[in-house]
Design a binder for this molecule. Structure first.
Ligand code: R5P
Length: 300
Protein backbone atom coordinates (compact mmCIF):
# COMPACT_ATOMS: atom_id res chain seq x y z
CA UNK A 1 0.00 0.00 0.00
CA UNK A 2 1.28 3.45 -0.96
CA UNK A 3 0.31 6.71 0.71
CA UNK A 4 1.21 10.09 -0.75
CA UNK A 5 1.45 13.08 1.54
CA UNK A 6 0.29 16.47 0.24
CA UNK A 7 3.77 17.32 -1.06
CA UNK A 8 4.20 14.17 -3.16
CA UNK A 9 0.75 13.03 -4.31
CA UNK A 10 1.48 12.84 -8.00
CA UNK A 11 4.75 10.96 -7.44
CA UNK A 12 3.06 8.54 -5.02
CA UNK A 13 0.34 7.80 -7.58
CA UNK A 14 2.95 6.97 -10.20
CA UNK A 15 4.91 4.76 -7.78
CA UNK A 16 1.71 2.88 -6.91
CA UNK A 17 1.04 2.40 -10.63
CA UNK A 18 4.61 1.14 -11.26
CA UNK A 19 4.27 -1.39 -8.45
CA UNK A 20 0.64 -2.27 -9.08
CA UNK A 21 -0.11 -1.43 -5.46
CA UNK A 22 -3.11 0.21 -3.86
CA UNK A 23 -2.91 3.99 -3.44
CA UNK A 24 -4.48 4.97 -0.15
CA UNK A 25 -6.30 8.27 0.24
CA UNK A 26 -5.39 10.64 3.05
CA UNK A 27 -7.76 13.38 4.04
CA UNK A 28 -6.07 16.51 5.36
CA UNK A 29 -7.42 19.91 6.25
CA UNK A 30 -6.50 22.88 8.34
CA UNK A 31 -8.58 24.09 11.24
CA UNK A 32 -9.24 27.84 11.42
CA UNK A 33 -6.44 28.21 13.97
CA UNK A 34 -3.94 26.66 11.55
CA UNK A 35 -3.69 23.22 13.14
CA UNK A 36 -3.77 20.19 10.85
CA UNK A 37 -6.38 17.39 10.71
CA UNK A 38 -5.39 14.11 9.11
CA UNK A 39 -7.38 10.96 8.43
CA UNK A 40 -6.29 7.83 6.61
CA UNK A 41 -9.22 6.20 4.84
CA UNK A 42 -9.62 2.50 4.21
CA UNK A 43 -8.07 -0.67 5.54
CA UNK A 44 -4.42 -0.47 6.50
CA UNK A 45 -2.08 -3.11 5.06
CA UNK A 46 0.66 -4.71 7.12
CA UNK A 47 3.28 -2.94 5.00
CA UNK A 48 2.80 0.65 3.95
CA UNK A 49 5.07 3.09 2.13
CA UNK A 50 4.60 6.78 2.78
CA UNK A 51 5.94 9.18 0.16
CA UNK A 52 6.29 12.78 1.27
CA UNK A 53 8.98 15.35 0.53
CA UNK A 54 9.70 17.87 3.22
CA UNK A 55 10.46 20.94 1.13
CA UNK A 56 8.61 24.26 1.47
CA UNK A 57 6.55 24.62 3.67
CA UNK A 58 9.06 22.39 5.48
CA UNK A 59 7.51 22.37 8.93
CA UNK A 60 4.00 21.60 7.65
CA UNK A 61 5.19 18.84 5.35
CA UNK A 62 7.33 17.33 8.07
CA UNK A 63 4.51 17.41 10.58
CA UNK A 64 2.22 15.73 8.05
CA UNK A 65 4.81 13.01 7.43
CA UNK A 66 5.11 12.37 11.16
CA UNK A 67 1.31 12.30 11.57
CA UNK A 68 0.93 9.77 8.75
CA UNK A 69 3.69 7.46 10.00
CA UNK A 70 2.54 7.53 13.64
CA UNK A 71 -1.11 7.11 12.66
CA UNK A 72 -0.32 4.12 10.44
CA UNK A 73 1.51 2.41 13.29
CA UNK A 74 -1.32 3.23 15.66
CA UNK A 75 -3.82 1.78 13.19
CA UNK A 76 -1.95 -1.51 13.04
CA UNK A 77 0.62 -1.27 10.22
CA UNK A 78 3.54 -3.58 11.02
CA UNK A 79 6.09 -1.98 8.72
CA UNK A 80 6.15 1.62 7.53
CA UNK A 81 8.68 2.79 4.98
CA UNK A 82 9.22 6.53 4.72
CA UNK A 83 10.26 7.72 1.27
CA UNK A 84 11.27 11.36 1.51
CA UNK A 85 12.47 12.26 -2.00
CA UNK A 86 13.66 15.70 -0.87
CA UNK A 87 14.63 15.90 2.78
CA UNK A 88 14.43 19.38 4.20
CA UNK A 89 16.84 20.54 6.91
CA UNK A 90 19.50 18.12 5.64
CA UNK A 91 22.00 20.94 5.11
CA UNK A 92 22.53 21.51 8.84
CA UNK A 93 24.19 18.23 9.75
CA UNK A 94 26.60 19.79 12.22
CA UNK A 95 27.23 22.92 14.28
CA UNK A 96 28.95 25.33 11.93
CA UNK A 97 28.81 27.96 14.69
CA UNK A 98 28.56 27.44 18.46
CA UNK A 99 25.03 27.02 19.76
CA UNK A 100 23.40 26.09 16.44
CA UNK A 101 20.73 23.40 16.28
CA UNK A 102 21.77 20.28 14.40
CA UNK A 103 18.48 20.28 12.50
CA UNK A 104 19.16 17.20 10.38
CA UNK A 105 19.72 15.08 13.48
CA UNK A 106 16.45 16.17 15.06
CA UNK A 107 14.50 15.48 11.87
CA UNK A 108 15.91 11.94 11.65
CA UNK A 109 15.11 11.30 15.30
CA UNK A 110 11.54 12.55 14.83
CA UNK A 111 10.91 10.35 11.76
CA UNK A 112 12.23 7.34 13.63
CA UNK A 113 10.33 8.16 16.82
CA UNK A 114 7.10 8.45 14.80
CA UNK A 115 7.54 4.78 13.90
CA UNK A 116 9.31 4.60 10.52
CA UNK A 117 10.99 1.22 10.02
CA UNK A 118 12.98 2.23 6.96
CA UNK A 119 13.97 5.51 5.34
CA UNK A 120 14.71 6.26 1.69
CA UNK A 121 15.75 9.57 0.17
CA UNK A 122 17.42 10.93 -2.98
CA UNK A 123 20.78 12.68 -3.21
CA UNK A 124 20.74 13.92 0.33
CA UNK A 125 23.02 16.93 0.67
CA UNK A 126 25.33 15.20 3.16
CA UNK A 127 25.20 11.41 3.22
CA UNK A 128 26.44 11.36 6.83
CA UNK A 129 22.95 12.58 7.86
CA UNK A 130 21.73 9.01 7.40
CA UNK A 131 23.96 7.97 10.32
CA UNK A 132 21.53 9.77 12.62
CA UNK A 133 19.06 6.94 11.96
CA UNK A 134 19.15 3.59 13.75
CA UNK A 135 16.72 2.16 11.19
CA UNK A 136 17.91 1.14 7.68
CA UNK A 137 18.35 4.36 5.70
CA UNK A 138 19.18 4.58 1.99
CA UNK A 139 20.32 7.43 -0.21
CA UNK A 140 19.44 6.82 -3.86
CA UNK A 141 20.95 8.62 -6.81
CA UNK A 142 18.61 10.34 -9.24
CA UNK A 143 21.41 10.53 -11.81
CA UNK A 144 20.39 7.40 -13.77
CA UNK A 145 16.86 8.84 -14.20
CA UNK A 146 18.27 12.25 -15.20
CA UNK A 147 20.75 10.64 -17.60
CA UNK A 148 18.00 8.59 -19.23
CA UNK A 149 15.97 11.77 -19.77
CA UNK A 150 18.96 13.63 -21.20
CA UNK A 151 19.85 10.75 -23.46
CA UNK A 152 16.38 10.85 -24.99
CA UNK A 153 16.00 14.62 -25.25
CA UNK A 154 19.43 16.17 -25.76
CA UNK A 155 21.46 16.90 -28.85
CA UNK A 156 24.85 15.25 -29.49
CA UNK A 157 28.07 16.96 -28.58
CA UNK A 158 27.33 17.14 -24.85
CA UNK A 159 29.62 18.29 -22.08
CA UNK A 160 28.36 17.67 -18.53
CA UNK A 161 29.61 20.23 -16.03
CA UNK A 162 29.46 20.33 -12.25
CA UNK A 163 29.29 23.90 -10.92
CA UNK A 164 31.61 22.94 -8.05
CA UNK A 165 33.83 20.04 -7.12
CA UNK A 166 31.23 18.66 -4.69
CA UNK A 167 28.90 18.00 -7.61
CA UNK A 168 31.56 16.41 -9.80
CA UNK A 169 30.43 12.90 -8.84
CA UNK A 170 27.00 13.68 -10.34
CA UNK A 171 28.59 14.87 -13.58
CA UNK A 172 30.72 11.73 -13.74
CA UNK A 173 27.73 9.48 -13.11
CA UNK A 174 25.72 11.10 -15.90
CA UNK A 175 28.60 11.27 -18.37
CA UNK A 176 29.37 7.58 -17.84
CA UNK A 177 25.77 6.62 -18.60
CA UNK A 178 25.42 8.89 -21.63
CA UNK A 179 28.98 8.46 -22.82
CA UNK A 180 30.29 12.02 -22.99
CA UNK A 181 32.92 14.24 -21.33
CA UNK A 182 32.49 15.89 -17.95
CA UNK A 183 34.27 18.49 -15.89
CA UNK A 184 33.77 20.85 -12.93
CA UNK A 185 34.18 24.50 -11.96
CA UNK A 186 35.49 25.80 -8.65
CA UNK A 187 33.09 27.72 -6.43
CA UNK A 188 33.58 29.88 -3.36
CA UNK A 189 30.54 30.65 -1.22
CA UNK A 190 30.68 34.19 0.18
CA UNK A 191 27.37 33.95 2.09
CA UNK A 192 24.05 32.06 2.12
CA UNK A 193 22.90 33.76 -1.09
CA UNK A 194 26.18 34.99 -2.54
CA UNK A 195 28.43 32.76 -4.56
CA UNK A 196 31.50 33.46 -6.61
CA UNK A 197 32.92 30.97 -9.07
CA UNK A 198 36.57 31.77 -8.80
CA UNK A 199 38.43 29.68 -11.30
CA UNK A 200 37.41 30.66 -14.77
CA UNK A 201 39.50 27.99 -16.34
CA UNK A 202 37.46 24.93 -17.09
CA UNK A 203 39.50 21.89 -16.33
CA UNK A 204 39.18 18.31 -15.42
CA UNK A 205 40.25 16.35 -12.37
CA UNK A 206 43.90 15.50 -12.94
CA UNK A 207 43.21 11.88 -12.01
CA UNK A 208 40.49 11.56 -14.56
CA UNK A 209 41.13 10.14 -17.99
CA UNK A 210 38.86 12.68 -19.64
CA UNK A 211 40.91 15.74 -20.32
CA UNK A 212 38.60 18.66 -20.89
CA UNK A 213 40.12 22.08 -21.35
CA UNK A 214 38.84 25.52 -22.22
CA UNK A 215 38.81 24.69 -25.93
CA UNK A 216 36.62 21.68 -25.23
CA UNK A 217 33.75 23.94 -24.13
CA UNK A 218 33.56 25.84 -27.40
CA UNK A 219 30.62 24.74 -29.49
CA UNK A 220 29.48 22.19 -26.93
CA UNK A 221 25.96 21.64 -25.72
CA UNK A 222 26.67 22.23 -22.02
CA UNK A 223 24.64 20.56 -19.30
CA UNK A 224 25.19 21.83 -15.78
CA UNK A 225 24.27 19.35 -13.05
CA UNK A 226 23.86 19.96 -9.30
CA UNK A 227 21.97 18.29 -6.47
CA UNK A 228 20.05 21.39 -5.38
CA UNK A 229 19.19 24.66 -7.06
CA UNK A 230 18.04 27.12 -4.40
CA UNK A 231 18.64 30.81 -5.25
CA UNK A 232 20.28 29.88 -8.54
CA UNK A 233 23.43 31.84 -7.66
CA UNK A 234 25.75 28.88 -8.19
CA UNK A 235 24.21 28.06 -11.57
CA UNK A 236 24.19 31.66 -12.83
CA UNK A 237 27.93 31.89 -12.17
CA UNK A 238 28.51 28.66 -14.03
CA UNK A 239 26.39 29.81 -16.99
CA UNK A 240 28.38 33.05 -17.24
CA UNK A 241 31.65 31.17 -17.39
CA UNK A 242 30.40 28.66 -19.95
CA UNK A 243 29.08 31.46 -22.17
CA UNK A 244 32.44 33.16 -21.93
CA UNK A 245 34.08 29.98 -23.20
CA UNK A 246 31.74 29.61 -26.14
CA UNK A 247 29.29 26.86 -25.17
CA UNK A 248 26.74 26.70 -27.99
CA UNK A 249 23.83 26.11 -25.61
CA UNK A 250 23.38 25.60 -21.90
CA UNK A 251 20.81 23.45 -20.08
CA UNK A 252 20.62 23.15 -16.33
CA UNK A 253 19.75 19.99 -14.39
CA UNK A 254 19.24 19.27 -10.72
CA UNK A 255 17.66 16.69 -8.48
CA UNK A 256 15.89 19.09 -6.12
CA UNK A 257 14.46 22.22 -7.81
CA UNK A 258 13.90 24.42 -4.75
CA UNK A 259 14.19 27.53 -6.94
CA UNK A 260 13.62 30.19 -4.33
CA UNK A 261 14.08 33.99 -4.69
CA UNK A 262 13.15 33.97 -8.42
CA UNK A 263 15.92 31.44 -9.00
CA UNK A 264 14.37 30.15 -12.23
CA UNK A 265 14.07 33.64 -13.74
CA UNK A 266 17.67 34.43 -12.86
CA UNK A 267 18.85 31.21 -14.51
CA UNK A 268 16.84 31.80 -17.69
CA UNK A 269 17.96 35.45 -17.81
CA UNK A 270 21.56 34.29 -17.57
CA UNK A 271 21.04 32.27 -20.75
CA UNK A 272 19.92 28.74 -19.89
CA UNK A 273 17.63 27.14 -22.46
CA UNK A 274 16.01 24.65 -20.11
CA UNK A 275 15.92 23.88 -16.41
CA UNK A 276 15.39 20.18 -15.83
CA UNK A 277 14.56 19.05 -12.30
CA UNK A 278 13.07 15.89 -10.86
CA UNK A 279 9.72 15.63 -9.16
CA UNK A 280 11.32 15.26 -5.71
CA UNK A 281 9.76 18.71 -5.39
CA UNK A 282 6.81 19.84 -7.48
CA UNK A 283 7.85 22.65 -9.78
CA UNK A 284 7.41 23.78 -13.38
CA UNK A 285 10.85 22.31 -13.99
CA UNK A 286 10.03 18.81 -12.66
CA UNK A 287 10.47 16.96 -15.96
CA UNK A 288 12.21 13.82 -14.67
CA UNK A 289 10.11 11.39 -12.67
CA UNK A 290 11.61 9.48 -9.77
CA UNK A 291 8.68 7.03 -9.74
CA UNK A 292 10.58 4.18 -11.38
CA UNK A 293 13.66 4.67 -9.17
CA UNK A 294 11.46 4.59 -6.06
CA UNK A 295 9.56 1.53 -7.28
CA UNK A 296 12.87 -0.25 -7.97
CA UNK A 297 14.15 0.63 -4.48
CA UNK A 298 10.96 -0.64 -2.88
CA UNK A 299 11.24 -3.94 -4.76
CA UNK A 300 14.74 -4.54 -3.29
C1 R5P B 1 25.73 23.31 -2.45
O1 R5P B 1 26.81 22.83 -2.18
C2 R5P B 1 24.73 22.65 -3.33
O2 R5P B 1 25.25 21.57 -4.01
C3 R5P B 1 24.15 23.64 -4.31
O3 R5P B 1 25.19 24.06 -5.19
C4 R5P B 1 23.57 24.84 -3.61
O4 R5P B 1 22.68 24.43 -2.61
C5 R5P B 1 22.87 25.72 -4.61
O5 R5P B 1 22.45 26.87 -3.97
P1 R5P B 1 22.14 28.18 -4.77
O6 R5P B 1 21.21 27.81 -5.89
O7 R5P B 1 21.48 29.08 -3.76
O8 R5P B 1 23.43 28.75 -5.26
Amino acid sequence: MIIGGSASQDLAAHVARELGEELCYVETKKFPDGERYLRINGEISDEVTVIQSTGYPQDENLMELLFIIANLKDLGAKKVRAVVPYMGYARQEKRFNPGETISAKIICELIQAAGADEFITFNIHEECVLNFFDIPARNISAMPAIAEFLDKTSEDNLLVIAPDKGAYGFAQEISEIIGCDCTYLTKVRLGPDKVETKIVDVRCDSESENTVNVDSVKGKHAIIIDDIIATGGTIVNAINILKQYGASSIDVCCVHPILTNNGATRIYSAGAQKIIGTNSLSSDTSRVSLAKSIADALRD
